[in-house]
Design a protein around this ligand. Structure first.
Ligand SMILES: C[S@@+](CC[C@H](N)C(=O)[O-])C[C@H]1O[C@@H](n2cnc3c(N)ncnc32)[C@H](O)[C@@H]1O
Length: 190
C-alpha cells in the first residue's frame, strides 16, 4: 500500500477508537484488501460502511484493478455516512464507491433484480445478519465471496444466523479467527 494511504488509514483508525466508531480492525481491513486483489470482483457490496474505514481498504484494492470495479456502500446513520463520503474523497478513492443512504434490508430488497455482486462484506447490525443474508441471496453471482465480520464477538446477536449458516448448502465456508475474541466468516458460493 502507498505510504499516503497507509498513514491515512492509521489516523482514521485512531480517530475511530477515540470516537467510538466500530471500524474493522486493521487485520480485517488488510484481509479485505488482499481478498479483493485475489478474487478481482466487479461488483462489491458493503453493508454498514460507517465512516469509510473498511471501504478505503477495499477501494485501495479496487484502484489497482484493470477493469472498472464499483463498491456499493450502504449505511443508515447520517453523520458517519457523510464522513465516509468526505474521507473517501479526501484520499482520492471516491470514484470507486457509490454511497447509498438508508436501511440495507429495504434497499437490497428493492434493488434491481439484475444488480449482481461477486463480493459482499457484511458489517451492519449484528442482530440483522440473517436478514442481510436472506436479502443478498438473489444478488450473488456464481463463485461470489461473502465475508461477515464479528462472527465471534457477539454470539448472542449472531446466534440465529450462525445456526442457520452451518447447514446452508451451495456454499463452502470457513470461520477464521482474526483478532482476539473475534473472527470472520468467509463463504464462497459454488
Ligand atoms: C460496525 S459499523 C461498520 C464499520 C465499517 N465497516 C468500517 O469498518 O469502517 C456498522 C455500521 O452499520 C450501519 N448499519 C447497521 N445496520 C444497518 C442497516 N440495517 N442498514 C444500513 N446500515 C446499517 C451502522 O449505522 C454502522 O455505521
Amino acid at each position: 500500500l502507498e505510504e499516503r494511504i497507509q498513514s491515512y488509514l492509521k489516523n482514521l483508525k485512531e480517530y475511530g477508537i477515540k470516537n467510538d466508531i466500530p471500524n474493522v480492525t486493521e487485520k480485517v481491513g488488510r484481509f479485505l484488501n488482499l481478498m479483493i486483489r485475489i478474487k478481482e470482483p466487479r461488483n462489491i457490496l458493503e453493508i454498514g460502511c460507517a465512516n469509510g474505514y473498511s471501504a478505503i481498504w477495499m477501494a485501495e484494492a479496487v484502484s489497482k484493478a484493470k477493469v472498472g470495479v464499483r463498491i456499493h456502500a450502504i449505511d443508515h446513520s447520517k453523520p458517519t455516512f457523510e464522513e465516509a463520503k468526505k474521507n473517501l474523497s479526501e484520499i482520492g478513492l471516491d470514484k470507486f464507491v457509490k454511497f447509498y443512504f438508508g436501511d440495507a434490508i429495504d434497499m437490497i430488497e428493492n434493488m434491481d433484480s439484475k444488480q449482481m455482486f461477486d463480493f459482499v462484506f457484511v458489517d451492519g447490525e449484528k442482530k440483522s445478519y440473517l436478514d442481510f443474508w436472506n436479502v443478498i441471496q438473489p444478488h450473488l453471482t456464481a463463485h461470489a465471496v461473502v465475508v461477515f465480520d464479528n462472527m465471534v464477538a457477539f454470539p448472542e446477536k449472531t446466534k440465529e444466523f450462525s445456526e442457520t449458516i452451518k447447514s446452508v448448502t451451495g456454499f463452502d465456508q470457513i470461520l477464521l479467527p482474526t483478532d482476539e475474541d473475534d473472527g470472520i466468516l468467509l463463504l464462497i458460493k459454488n
